[in-house]
Design a protein around this ligand. Structure first.
Ligand code: 9WN
Length: 441
């Protein structure tokens, strides 16, 4: 067996990945597959960079928030004008022409991704209090972002964030979306050429052409309604309350409340943030948490808010909810290390599968349908520690580091479960970033 990398080498390699993917004021998620700035990737990247260069870490988020829309949404992609090698690019989204809320420049997509940014800003601020003025300047933008999530994306006031597209979830091809997507009748999609499949070893690790047609049809529907939330809510064919997105919101919103206090924000504003926190936590526990399955499930709003019954890593997401009731935290921890997830007997490393092996929609190599994403293990490592499960957190960290220390792991985007083989892109920024945070902890 080939010798594994030592931690010092792993750290240097991780720093090199981030340096090579650095676009100046933001970082691309991967050298070729993802050549622009992605929203939640940048938050993880900032956390990874916080240990070596907190100022650059904050720049990452400042650049992202410079592209914030007037309605508060933070776009899932901010386009890098120096590359054309990505589809769908700025012309296909056409946001500035279609929506008065979109910035003229930079060009962005019209979707969102999980709001982990306030948590990242707080992480950077904790290690670099001297950045207070810059954090103060970002703070109101974070408040507007959270407001967007819990108003425009939750007109029912259920406390759960609605997504319009699997790309918003960050877990694009998860079986979570199979049933809601079935209800979408695909119309005429303008012609296009995929570029993503040429940047991976095996195109079957990426979504299929049929799935891509569906994704692009949804983009056409968003454009027809000018990315206007009120209109979309009436006519749009894919409205799903996302459990993972909402759990992440509570983690981040809790950090935002702490930031508000540190920055002496007005009392009423702190109370408003606390109100959102309560609403989101209650929403998750009342509507999404399924006691029998011991998983948080998404709600399909096109089917009267029915829970989508699948077993994926998103189901474990309430572990990141601050002040989660101990009884639920224990159930999630047990579930996480059961044979459905990190305790599955065929795993080479005891990391968290994106979908429970053998269940509906599972595929050992396909996108979000089985393989493990280190970034998800990292998120749940945070959650385990937050709930006092130190032993399990330590073990999860070590197993992920063992996986990443294989010389052929190369900071993969995701990994096959039984052999630990690297899949998707190599040199993925957020994988390097979470490795840096694990190594620093
Ligand atoms: C579409 C960049 C992004 C991540 C997502 C991941 C993947 C894009 C894609 O890559 O999504 O946004 O083309 O598959 O699913 O979580 O932010 O790393």
């Amino acid at each position: 067996m080939e010798k594994v990398l030592d931690e010092k080498t792993l750290k240097q390699d991780a720093l090199d990945v981030l340096k090579n993917n650095d676009l100046g004021k933001s970082t691309k998620p991967a050298p070729q597959l993802y050549p622009h700035q992605w929203s939640w990737d940048s938050a993880f990247i900032a956390i990874g960079l916080s240990h070596s260069n907190p100022s650059r870490a904050l720049t990452e988020l400042e650049t992202l928030f410079d592209a914030q829309w007037k309605d508060g949404r933070v776009p899932h992609i901010v386009f890098n004008p120096n590359t054309k090698d990505y589809f769908p690019g700025p012309d296909r989204w056409n946001c500035a022409a279609l929506s008065p809320a979109a910035p003229e420049k930079p060009a962005t997509s019209g979707l969102i991704q999980p709001p982990i940014h306030a948590f990242a800003v707080k992480t950077v601020f904790d290690v670099a209090p001297e950045l207070k003025d810059r954090v103060r300047a970002l703070y109101p933008k974070l408040v507007r972002w959270h407001k967007y999530c819990l108003t425009e994306r939750d007109p029912e006031k259920m406390g759960l964030i609605t997504i319009y597209h699997p790309w918003e979830s960050g877990t694009d091809n998860s079986p979570r979306w199979d049933s809601p997507l079935k209800g979408v009748k695909v119309g005429e999609v303008p012609p296009y050429t995929r570029r993503d499949t040429k940047h991976v070893n095996d195109p079957s690790e990426r979504p299929s052409n049929e799935e891509y047609d569906r994704f692009l049809w949804l983009v056409e529907c968003l454009k027809k309604d000018h990315y206007d939330d009120a209109k979309l809510y009436k006519t749009y064919p894919f409205l799903v309350k996302d459990a993972l997105m909402t759990s992440i919101f509570t983690l981040s919103n809790h950090a935002l409340i702490e930031l508000a206090k540190q920055l002496d924000a007005p009392k009423e504003e702190v109370q408003m943030l606390e109100g959102w926190q309560k609403r989101a936590v209650d929403g998750l526990l009342e509507h999404s948490w399924n006691r029998q399955k011991m998983l948080a499930l998404d709600l399909d709003m096109e089917r009267g808010g029915a829970q989508v019954d699948v077993s994926t890593c998103a189901g474990l997401s309430p572990i990141v909810v601050p002040r989660l009731p101990a009884e639920i935290a224990t159930k999630i921890k047990e579930q996480m290390f059961s044979d459905k997830f990190a305790g599955w007997s065929d795993l080479k490393f005891r990391v968290i599968p994106s979908t429970t092996p053998g269940t509906a929609g599972f595929h050992p190599r396909a996108y979000w349908r089985g393989p493990s994403w280190p970034v998800i293990s990292w998120l749940y490592w945070i959650g385990l520690r937050q709930n006092g499960f130190e032993k399990e957190a330590k073990e999860l960290r070590q197993q992920n580091l063992d996986l990443l220390e294989q010389p052929e792991a190369k900071f993969g985007e995701y990994f096959e479960l039984t052999k630990g083989t690297q899949l998707g892109s190599a040199d993925q920024s957020w994988t390097a970033a979470v490795a840096l945070d694990w190594l620093a902890s």
